[in-house]
Unconditional design. Sequence first.
Lengths: 226, 234
Amino acid sequence: MNLFRTALLLAKKDLYSELKTKQILTTQIIFAGLVIVVFSFAFDPANNTTKAVIPGVIWVIIVFAGILGLNRSFISEQRNDTMQGLLVAPMESSSIYLGKFLANFAMMLVVEIVSIPFLFLLFDFKFNGSLGYFVLVIFLGSFGFIAIGTFLAALAANSKSSEMLLPLLLFPITTPILIGVVQATKIILTNMEKLSSAIAWIQLVTAYDVIFFVVCFLLIDYVLEV
Amino acid sequence: MIEIKKLTKQADNKLILRGVDLSIKKGETVAILGPNGAGKSTLLKVLATLIKPTSGLIKINGLDLKKDHIEIKKLLGYLPHSSLLYDHYSPLENLVFFGNIYGVNNVEQKASKLVKEVGLSFFLNEPVKNFSRGMIQRIAIARAIIHDPEILLLDEPHTGLDQGAISILNNVILSMKEKGATTLMVTHDFKQAAEICDRIIIVKNGRIVDDFKIENRNLGFVSEKYGLQMEGVS
């Protein structure tokens, strides 16, 4: 019980910090907006083939905006060595991981809630697929990406070139998730007849999410030592 | 209260602590002196559970540091060089956050009281980033004692403080001592060590080379003992 209580306190602290400083979320939303505007200029919304680009654009936004947030989540704890303050407090390292994951995930969801409707609007995209499945895919993909990203951000934070190291570590490990969710998103948005294929991708991503979340949860103790 | 047996810590093929044996009774105020790189801060970090020891046994209040680290952390108040405070948070927000993590009851009331005790009640809701080094250290002291720890671990707490902050810190240590708290303080400030501590430990090359009690705030005695151990060390 203590694990969840302290994790929630930590997530609340991070979100409240973000509310005060507006450093991460603003950057993420501006980045997402820029990507959408640039792509809307590059691809003609009147053209039917543009539809095929949308799943890719959604995941480009999530991946790169996500990295902007992940990079800061542990580096922010280096100022005044506040990470030491968390490590000497009576809580497990996994609690710190869980708290950071919840805060990063919440911020990612906010970016998605703002940017995806904006993307559909600018691309004049009429949603004919299943909203439930679409939300599920976005949720599962973001979950896995942020779960692995939070762990690797903790690992990379001790490096001097952490901002370069995080993407280098993150992309190879999250590739199966990204392939799965892009394929599933494409099917759900453009070709609902192949839903069974999308469900297979969703199952793969779910299994990957669960395995990596548990592994990160168990290994974080070795990563956070001063 | 604290039992350390054959403690070693190795990092990158270098032995930082070489078989430290130490026993500290409840209520003692102990200063750890020694040259730079002697292993003083590492010893404190091992006790604060920030660094895992390579070998050896540490028991605090009868609890094993390896197995019962969560229970042990509840007993510890740690004040290192850094403030461990969030810059954009006010003193009250910082203390409430850490107090909540330690499960302190009536945390807002207690945090306000502590900020008042360290003389910063006018700055209760100002962000810490606007504070001077001395003011930050006062709040850092309040943060370290928000949960009424039984053991205080202080790493060079007097460095960079003005006289006002030094006397606040000394008062905190002495009032904690009256409550029965045990204090371990790494310092280079012999005057402060002689003033508030009742036992001195000298560490050199990762070993305890001297361990003695002092009476009547005898600064000369501390300097003499330290000088004897450091002869030939540049």
